[in-house]
Design a protein around this ligand. Structure first.
Ligand code: PLP
Length: 358
């Protein structure tokens, strides 16, 4: 099967070097060698996430640790701030776990504003708030500098944030802004295959978890932390060792590029795609909050996104259709992980050629 270079918002294109590291011979997960590996990855992630908090590495995709976050920290009631499909997922997780929760949904394409957060947190009804940093379905990225002061005003509220499609591509200063549980997945801006998720967990979130009666088993935050703290960087069940080898290697590459350099590259790629979108179509997202990792573009000319993708596939590329009800009305181009300017320029050139854009 001919490989299609992926410009979809996960899974992303994974470098040859990282793919090779995935086939490293296995080590025992209770060995000191394994602990050293997990510790090494943790230190590197802490550097990129600007945090001192412990980091859970889970053998699940990001949704698993989203479930851990909301389930293990809600005693009273959670408020879910949703601006698209993945925001709504937090609410579905809460409902599925019998967690009392409310949802505030904004129009797709719009961000969550500080006023909205203030409106809910000021009621005193909630002890958990969840938010999506970068909404992959709409290409909207919330502004954390605007939002953080509101969350900081309410220290009794545990702030859980989904950074699945932004961590590794956008600067997220976890400790400075005060995110309690910051969740992400391997298959997006970090540039690995799917199958591993990670979360930093604050002392506040841990204290809260101790007050939650039923935390489940696989995603019991306290059990996961216990294996990091008491068993010195281990995991309660068998960890996804190939991915952890690959993440350790990829983190070296990220730190070599430098986090700042990587974030700047993502900004440049985003600007390139956004300018192209404005020239030929229209941005779907509120421009002020346009994502730095994925651009959602309005299909203003009514071409078939499905047919475009078929032809792109023949040429060795793949983009994404719009999400859910936005299918065919929008299309999405991801510009994350290890993609370079030349990769994106090549893709845009192919689209121009197929759609005869000038
Ligand atoms: C913003 C966002 N949140 C959550 C998820 C779910 O992550 P996972 O598929 O790793 O469970 C996704 C997946 O695309 C996403 O884009």
């Amino acid at each position: 099967m001919k490989h299609k270079k992926l410009f979809i918002p996960g899974p992303v294109e994974v470098s040859e070097e990282v793919l090779k590291v995935l086939s490293t011979p296995m080590i025992g997960h209770r060995s000191s060698e394994y602990s050293a590996l997990q510790e090494s990855v943790t230190k590197k992630l802490q550097q990129m996430m600007y945090t001192q908090n412990p980091i859970i590495l889970s053998a699940s995709s990001g949704t698993g640790l989203m479930e851990m976050a909301i389930r293990c920290t809600t005693v009273k009631r959670a408020i879910v701030f949703a601006m698209g499909a993945f925001g709504k997922r937090w609410y579905e997780i809460a409902v599925g776990n019998g967690i009392p929760a409310d949802k505030h949904e904004v129009e797709w394409g719009q961000p969550i504003t500080p006023d909205i957060v203030e409106q809910y947190l000021s009621t005193g009804k909630y002890d958990v708030a969840t938010i999506t940093h970068n909404e992959t379905s709409t290409g909207v990225m919330n502004n954390l500098e605007e939002l953080a002061p509101v969350f900081q005003k309410y220290p009794d509220v545990v702030w859980c944030m989904d950074t699945v499609s932004s961590l590794g591509g956008v600067k997220i200063e976890v400790d400075k802004i005060g995110v309690d549980v910051c969740v992400s997945s391997s298959q997006k801006a970090l540039g690995l295959p799917p199958g591993l998720s990670l979360a930093s967990v604050s002392a506040k979130a841990k204290e809260r978890a101790a007050k939650v009666g039923t935390r489940g088993y696989y995603f019991d935050m306290l059990l996961l932390l216990k294996y990091i703290e008491e068993r010195k960087f281990q995991y309660p069940s068998t960890p996804v060792i190939p991915h952890i080898f690959a993440l350790d290697f990829q983190m070296d590459r990220i730190l070599k590029e430098t986090p700042e350099g990587r974030f700047k590259r993502h900004e440049e790629l985003a600007a390139l795609v956004q300018n192209w979108a404005r020239k030929h179509f229209k941005m779907f997202a509120n421009e002020k909050y346009a994502s730095k990792t994925v651009t959602c573009i309005e299909n203003t000319t009514g071409f078939s996104v499905k047919d475009l993708n078929t032809e792109l596939g023949n040429r060795g590329f793949m983009i994404s259709n719009g999400y859910g009800s936005l299918k065919e009305k929008t299309f999405r181009i991801a510009h994350m992980a290890d993609l370079q300017k030349a990769d994106v320029q090549e893709l845009l050139g192919e689209i121009e050629d197929i759609l005869k854009l000038s």
